[in-house]
Design a protein around this ligand. Structure first.
Ligand code: SAH
Length: 394
């Protein structure tokens, strides 16, 4: 199999030499044979030396590298990549652990598969393509996944309706590629969750906060907890299991609040310590009293693009300032940012500004990030997106 070729402009191969997986469209000198979007192409330097092969796409990222060796992207390729990914999750103690059947199996560039996300919820894998190339390869990937994981995966749900470039006009629909179970209860550290992969956000659950939720459990004893931006209630159940006195979950989405209430019933039926409110975060923070001594702030990404950075930082400062203003002395604040364009330092500065405005004495207890099943490829530092601080507020 020979692939069509694209040629780089002189000296534009530097980032590929350092195994960064993206070729920007501006780096291309010429494209041979009019490859279609999603087709695999071989990338050559201006000196006509092979340097990588990957998925071609029209857009600012022209090629997403799959391999830095000249080879065929065939069944063996996908199988090998998924085997490596599965083995990593096994070494993390995630896959094959009866207390936990919820994990990310493939994290795009972090697993050397740019444009592909696969989350596992018990016997169902939810697969999401962020590039046309991964969309084109979805059946091959699904076949390789079935082979690698055997009985573990009985259903594969493909969920790319909103993640693929609109202009590519692929007409894709969400749906099962394999199986079709409606059994949607998954387990994380022994807690149960309904996962709404059909209509929920992302692949149905925010798998990336697992370790941070587990850490929160240890802080919860006897505390009054506010879980702001709760989505399906993740942090709330850990707080309840950790012995919180009361737990209030808040999200602007009524659907998220319904799911949170369902999940509470699933784990702590009839427990009156928990209440959930469908309300805007800023409104709630303004009207709430000063009863909380453990607050979680896990907002959606405030900046999706670099241009929005400054506003996003202001947003984080404003949000955190409200928590510092109201949290009880001796309170613990878990505060997060999942915006990729906001780096650790920027986020910390935004939180510091808020702390300074409140005049409270604030200390950092933990610095948090994404867990091992969301690995950061060392050659693609942009993959580090989740940042969190655990703060002690006097
Ligand atoms: N902490 C959650 C994930 C949070 S995702 C977990 O562990 O699973 C961010 C959530 O913020 C979404 O559920 C979204 O509905 C909610 N949200 C977005 N804007 C909001 C606002 N202005 N006020 C309250 N909630 C908001």
């Amino acid at each position: 199999m020979t692939y069509k070729k694209v040629y780089l402009k002189p000296s534009k191969e530097e980032s590929l030499k350092r195994f960064h997986p993206w070729v920007f469209s501006g780096a291309l000198q010429s494209v041979e044979g009019e490859p279609e979007e999603g087709e695999i192409v071989d990338v050559y330097t201006s000196k006509k030396e092979f340097i990588a092969c990957g998925h071609f796409q029209i857009g600012s990222i022209a090629v997403r590298a799959l391999s830095f060796q000249q080879r065929e992207i065939d069944h063996e390729f996908w199988k090998h990549k998924l085997e490596v990914a599965y083995e990593l999750r096994r070494s993390l103690g995630l896959a094959g652990n009866p207390e936990n059947n919820t994990y990310r199996l493939v994290h795009g560039e972090g697993d050397n598969l740019p444009g592909l996300i696969i989350d596992v919820y018990d016997h169902t894998a939810v697969m999401q393509a962020h590039s046309v190339g991964m969309h084109v390869c979805r059946m091959e990937i699904a076949n390789a996944l079935s082979e690698v994981m055997g009985d573990v995966i009985q259903n594969i749900y493909y969920k790319s309706e909103t993640t693929l470039p609109f202009k590519a006009e692929l007409g894709q629909e969400n749906g099962f590629i394999k199986g079709g179970s409606s059994d949607n209860i998954a387990m994380e550290y022994g807690l149960k969750f309904h996962v709404d992969w059909l209509k929920g956000q992302k692949t149905g659950f925010f798998v990336d906060q697992r370790e941070n939720r587990y850490l929160l459990e240890r802080f919860a004893k006897g505390r009054n907890v506010l879980n702001m931006f709760c989505y399906t209630g993740g942090f709330s159940f850990y707080a309840m299991r950790g012995g919180a006195r009361l737990v209030h979950s808040v999200d602007s989405s009524a659907k998220a609040i319904d799911l949170t209430n369902m999940n509470v019933e699933l784990n702590f039926p009839g427990d009156t310590r928990h209440k959930a409110y469908a309300e805007d975060a800023f409104k709630y923070l303004d009207r709430m009293g000063d009863q909380y001594d453990l607050i979680i702030l896990d907002p959606p990404a405030f900046a999706k693009h670099r241009d929005a950075l400054r506003n996003a930082l202001r947003g984080y400062t404003k949000l955190n300032a409200k928590a510092f203003e109201k949290i009880k002395p001796g309170g613990i604040l878990f505060t997060f940012s999942c915006s990729q364009v906001v780096d650790k330092i920027n986020f910390r500065n935004a939180v510091f500004t808020a702390a300074a405005q409140s005049g409270r004495s604030v200390r950092i207890l933990h610095q948090l990030t994404q867990p091992g099943d969301h690995p950061v490829n060392i050659y693609h530092p942009e993959g580090e997106y989740l940042k969190g601080l655990v703060l002690y507020v006097e």
